[in-house]
Design a protein around this ligand. Sequence first.
Ligand code: BGC
Length: 368
Amino acid sequence: MRRIAITVAAATMSVTLAGCGVLNASGSSDEASPAKGDDITVGLLLPEKANTRYETFDYPIIKRKVESLTNDKGRVEYANAEASADKQADQMQQMIDDEVDVILLDAVDSHAIASGVKKAKEAGIPVIAYDRLAEGPIDAYISFDNELVGEVQGRTLLEAIGEDVSISDKIVMMNGSPTDPNAKQFKAGALSELNGKVTIAKSYDTEGWKPENAQANMAKAIAAIGKDNIKAVYSANDSMAGGIVNALEAAGVTKLPPITGQDAELAGVQRIVSGEQYMSVYKPYPQEAENAAEMAVAKVQGRDIQFAALTRDRVDSPTDKDIPAQLVPVVALTRENIKDTVVADDIFKLSHICTGKYKSDCAAAGLK
Ligand code: BGC
């Protein structure tokens, strides 16, 4: 709760200051003595493409926001590592060579990229960790409250099982990539809800967050536990939930157990409508991505007050302490609140969700 209050205060403050004209977007304010003007380049390093959020939301939202903050003079140099830490190291080196003004980094491997972060800093390029907390001398971090994500997933899974939940209920846990610090936080948050209430019969870390790896691990879990003995499946995100559904269906399961997810991907939301997936976690991307863009531009333009207002939380990484941060809150997404979340925020229109075979499910769920 404390973190949430801080986040809201930060967002409000930045709006207020911008409204007073003290910190306007053009760099012409007297109070702020910008290091650079609008003609800036923001380097953006995103980790993969298999999960749709990066190319559907994060990149386009950041690009638009950087442009609007710089009178269309600023640009985003974007590279996607496609789940390869080596590729991301090369992409980061390229951005250092290109002398971008600031780097937003969503690390494939938060530990391995630390030397790249150090090189960027030595070249005078600030690095802001985006979504995943990279190690090394970063200037700031922006993400969602990732432990809360796991708690929300665990709690909602217990709700789905219902009041007769028992320690003899067998759960499969499909966690994210071991090189992503978020995955550890999702897992810890979920376990804080599940431990002592159900039995974690099988638990896997999923290399590269790849849906096909989740599917293969789920097939192993079914073979070990038995297809009719799985009470529920904790899946750390939506695209892995897709792989898990495939594995269960391939094993001949007709009544799917409750399955969790995260990201509110279109396919995940559609599975929620049809009942193949119980829940997802809606993470308001515009808030994370737009605030990241504001942080990057404020940093480059020397707007220290605005930067401080955007980063009023503090986190520790394995290498650095008291990193200025912003942690955005999240909500559980179930069939009941699709309209109040992703539709209300204009992430999807009902006409996107309720296509083809989902039309009748939407009608049955009152989604019109
Ligand atoms: C992100 C999730 C995403 C996962 C796989 C995590 O770091 O926070 O939103 O599903 O990576 O890309």
